[in-house]
Design a protein around this ligand. Structure first.
Ligand SMILES: C[S@@+](CC[C@H](N)C(=O)[O-])C[C@H]1O[C@@H](n2cnc3c(N)ncnc32)[C@H](O)[C@@H]1O
Length: 286
């Protein structure tokens, strides 16, 4: 069995780096190049205002490169499920990248309304991009398997504690690609950092817990824990977006990506399976 316990040296280094990385960013990186970055969202400026969650122009434009352009081959002509679709920013981006159909799931009604009105304003044809209001962990169970090719899970994994339950539900739908953008714990080992957050904030977990209805317990996975869960859910092949070598000159609104506390990756089902291999999770569950 693998030894998944971090070494003492790894623990000490993680503590030192986590104490100093913010200062490093402030002194060495922030404000070094103030030229604004043009990109996809300049043509769709409503998204700078229809949400207060990470809606800075640079950030949205650079995330578009990492999440949509980098994955163009698994978006164009595909059926997309956008989990935690917020104001529809990534659903619209998928549509404009040639997706056949997009369904967004979002817990907050006012964001569903903002998303629908954004689609109207940008003249998305009726029925091409739809939104479903509800808890993703519940709504996924009501969707038909085989209905989606590619699933987006952007900015959501660290607003739930039910990571594996979420991955199992996604796997049941039988998509071939799962695109993830998430904060991660940089503590060594295969861990989740558990905390709770106010559900009042529209960027946070939306479903309160029984003993503390205004708060949600959530967990931020380490990269190791995330990879372990993705393998277990049947998405063993991973392709990371390399933020540090993406030619980004201005990092002011992208601190977490620069510091490696946030990552973007595409998890895929295996290309093919040989005769006699044991059934995958998705086959067993079908
Ligand atoms: C940080 S925002 C991410 C928005 C967008 N996906 C992005 O990456 O730019 C998190 C979103 O998850 C939604 N959310 C939180 N808990 C949810 C749940 N249980 N089911 C569906 N959506 C949820 C929030 O309302 C919010 O829109």
């Amino acid at each position: 069995m693998d030894n998944q316990n971090p070494t003492l040296a790894a623990l000490v280094w993680a503590k030192i780096w986590s104490a100093h990385r913010e200062r490093w960013f402030r002194i060495m990186v922030r404000g070094k190049n103030n030229l604004p970055v043009a990109g996809f969202f300049d043509a769709y400026p409503r998204f700078f205002y229809t949400s207060s969650t990470a809606s800075e122009r640079d950030r949205l434009n650079q995330r578009h490169s990492a999440l949509i352009q980098f994955n163009a081959n698994v978006i164009a002509g595909r059926r997309i499920l956008d989990i935690a679709s917020h104001d529809g920013r990534w659903s619209l981006a998928a549509c404009k990248a040639g997706a056949e159909y997009v369904l967004g799931i979002e817990a907050r009604q006012h964001l569903i309304e903002a998303a629908r009105s954004n689609m109207r304003e940008y003249q998305v044809p009726d029925g091409k991009v739809q939104f479903l209001q509800g808890d993703a962990l519940v709504e996924l169970d009501h969707l038909e398997a085989g209905r989606f090719d590619t699933v987006f899970c952007f900015g959501f994994l660290y607003h739930t504690i039910d990571h594996m339950a979420l991955f199992r539900r996604i796997a049941r739908l039988n998509p071939t690609n799962l695109v993830i953008d998430t904060a991660i714990s940089t503590q060594p080992g295969s861990i989740a950092e558990v905390r709770d957050e106010e559900i009042e904030d529209e960027s946070n977990g939306a479903v309160g817990d029984p003993g503390a209805p205004t708060r949600a317990v959530v967990g931020t996975l380490s990269r190791e824990a995330l990879e372990l869960m993705l393998r277990a859910a049947g998405f063993p092949a991973l392709r990371y977006f390399d933020w540090l070598n993406a030619g980004i000159k201005r990092w002011d609104n992208l601190k977490a990506y620069y510091l490696g506390t946030r990552i973007s990756l595409t998890a895929m089902v295996p290309a093919q399976k040989a005769d006699g291999d044991p059934p995958t999770y998705r086959e067993a569950a079908a």
